[in-house]
Design a protein around this ligand. Structure first.
Ligand SMILES: Nc1ncnc2c1ncn2[C@@H]1O[C@H](COP(=O)(O)OP(=O)(O)OP(=O)(O)O)[C@@H](O)[C@H]1O
Ligand SMILES: C[C@H](N)[C@H](N)CCCCCC(=O)O
Ligand SMILES: [Mg+2]
Length: 206
């Protein structure tokens, strides 16, 4: 089963979570659109953090120079993102697909990530912060996905425990709380794998 990782915002922790998840299911990882090349790419970070062989990291469909919204980064590079090229590549294992930013980030002037998720119809995981403001961002993300009939596997939190916010989102949003990855002072393969194993149940990921 292919899994999509989206979030309530950029910089929430999708790449870190995806690295842990891909390692845990011994799968493949794909970042369809990488916007920003100078500070390293999400694929490079997943390769390093997951410790998986290089061939598990599938090549991006688009590699855009500017760290910006994909629609804008593409325009700067004089590229038009074509949805047909965002067909997930073949992989003989389970695939983890990481979006860019939050669910309603544009790929073109008219197509948002959530529209691609709706085409794909894969189970989608929302990565959300635990800090104040997350209830609103998480519930809006859930609404945006539901309104497009995107299947939601559940929500994965990143950060320090915030029991009320996490439970409130799960209850009002009617989504499964998959777990919470705490902030790791040392972010490496061993600490990430250990934290994922301690805070998530592998059975929840199919
Ligand atoms: N559990 C964690 N412990 C420590 N640092 C973390 C953790 N999760 C994320 N970070 C750090 O937070 C920053 C943002 O995380 P990440 O790159 O995973 O965000 P993202 O949601 O993938 O962003 P983008 O929209 O650019 O893809 C990174 O510097 C990352 O190393
Ligand atoms: C460049 C960044 N790290 C992500 N790849 C793209 C984030 C796009 C966010 C757009 C927005 O919501 O304003
Ligand atoms: Mg990322």
């Amino acid at each position: 089963m292919t899994l999509v990782v989206t979030a309530t915002d950029t910089d929430v922790g999708k790449t870190v979570f995806s690295a842990a998840l891909t390692a845990a299911i011994d799968g493949c990882y794909w970042k369809p659109v990488q916007a920003g090349l100078d500070d390293g790419t999400d694929s490079e970070r997943v390769a390093r953090l997951s410790g998986l062989p290089a061939d598990r990291i599938l090549p991006e469909a688009y590699r855009l120079k500017t760290p910006a919204s994909p629609h804008f980064a593409a325009a700067i590079d004089n590229v038009l993102i074509e949805p047909e090229r965002l067909t997930p590549p073949a992989c003989d294992r389970r695939l983890v697909i990481e979006g860019a930013g939050g669910a309603l980030v544009p790929l073109t002037g008219g197509i948002l990530y959530a529209d691609m998720f709706a085409r794909w119809r894969y189970e989608t995981i929302i990565v959300a912060r635990t800090s104040l403001g997350t209830i609103n961002h998480s519930l809006m993300t859930i609404e945006a996905l539901r309104s497009r009939d995107v299947p939601i596997l559940g929500i994965a939190f990143i950060g320090e425990a915030n029991e009320d916010s996490e439970n409130t989102i799960a209850a009002i949003g009617r989504v499964k709380r998959l777990g919470r990855l705490p902030h790791l002072a040392t972010l490496d393969t061993a600490s990430l794998n250990a934290a994922f194993a301690a805070h998530f149940r592998i059975e929840d990921f199919g």
